[in-house]
Design a protein. Structure first.
Length: 305
């Protein structure tokens, strides 16, 4: 299981986070994204080294990059920015890698942080890269395009469910089960809206296949998450952690997160006017500024003519 978890975490560090940051289209995150390989590479090396000082130091380098993302999110929240449902999902996405990095540093140092055994800490790392960063980011993107009660529910329930699952680590199995139920409801809503997006007329075949795959995978992987949380809370038979890593973990990493990000990248690239991208990135104020600039430019051109 350790090798499989490490491979999943590598995917999160090297591919999912930088690809997700690109989809935010926030210029202020460009510098962090450009420097991300210098944070991620030491983190990847730390995964494969024996626990100790060297692995811990390399994990700390990765943690610095995640803290920069979290600080950016906290600054925007303090200024009252991104407090709509889609914005909250984005802020959650930017904060959760720091949770993963904290668990990584503790696990690599051999320290049972808050009394959690090293195995749980190791599994927390991929969980907050995918159920945290990727899921929240995609929920926010879907909400921007599908601006509806369902979209807003998805954008809020995914961050809330993720937070409840984290709280369940400290409170107990029943609290974690509540978090799993909320997170599953949010993820299934994301899957439903993604499925509808895939059925949009004019969508190219590859993008449609990626969207349909990500939506279908969520049905199975979140059922597994529910069965595990229910079993932990009630004592009913449920999958082992090894089985969960090989099914739920791998499915969410490849089938949901990677396919979703690839699909969204294609959506942005295939639309030169970036209508969907604009809806997902610009706030109302930014959109008004953009439209105003375009109006002023048109008036200038008219006077010149």
């Amino acid at each position: 299981m350790s090798a499989l978890v490490n491979v999943i975490v590598m995917l999160g560090m090297l591919v999912i986070v930088p690809a997700g940051l690109r989809l935010t289209d926030r210029p202020e995150l460009d510098r962090i994204r450009q420097l991300w390989p210098f944070f991620a590479a030491p983190g990847v090396i730390a995964l494969w080294l024996p626990r100790g000082a060297t692995a811990t130091a390399l994990a700390c380098v990765y943690a610095v990059g995640t803290v920069l993302l979290a600080l950016h999110a906290l600054r925007r929240a303090a200024r009252g920015q991104d407090l709509d449902p889609a914005g909250i999902a984005l802020l959650t996405a930017l904060v959760t890698p720091a949770v993963a990095a904290t668990a990584l540093v503790a696990e690599r140092s051999g320290h049972e942080l808050f009394g959690f055994d090293l195995g749980i800490l190791a599994l927390t790392v991929p969980h907050f890269h995918f159920a945290g960063f990727a899921a929240a980011l995609i929920a926010g993107l879907v909400c921007r395009v599908a601006d509806s009660p369902a979209g807003r529910f998805a954008a809020l329930s995914v961050p809330i469910g993720t937070l409840l699952v984290l709280a369940g680590y400290f409170i107990g199995d029943w609290a974690e089960l509540v978090g799993a139920v909320v997170l599953t409801a949010g993820m299934w809503t994301v899957g439903l809206l993604t499925w509808r997006m895939a059925r949009t007329e004019g969508r190219d075949r590859t993008t449609r296949l990626l969207l349909l795959t990500s939506a279908a995978v969520l049905v199975a992987t979140m059922l597994l998450a529910l069965s595990w949380a229910l079993g932990e809370a009630t004592g009913l038979p449920h999958p082992t952690l090894t089985w969960m890593a090989a099914t739920h973990g791998l499915g969410n990493a490849l089938g949901f997160a990677l396919c979703s990000l690839l699909a969204w990248r294609r959506i942005r690239t295939d639309d030169p006017l970036r209508i969907e991208g604009r809806t997902g990135v610009l706030s109302d104020t930014e959109l008004s500024d953009t439209e105003l600039s375009g109006t002023e430019l048109s008036e200038t051109e008219s006077r010149t003519a």
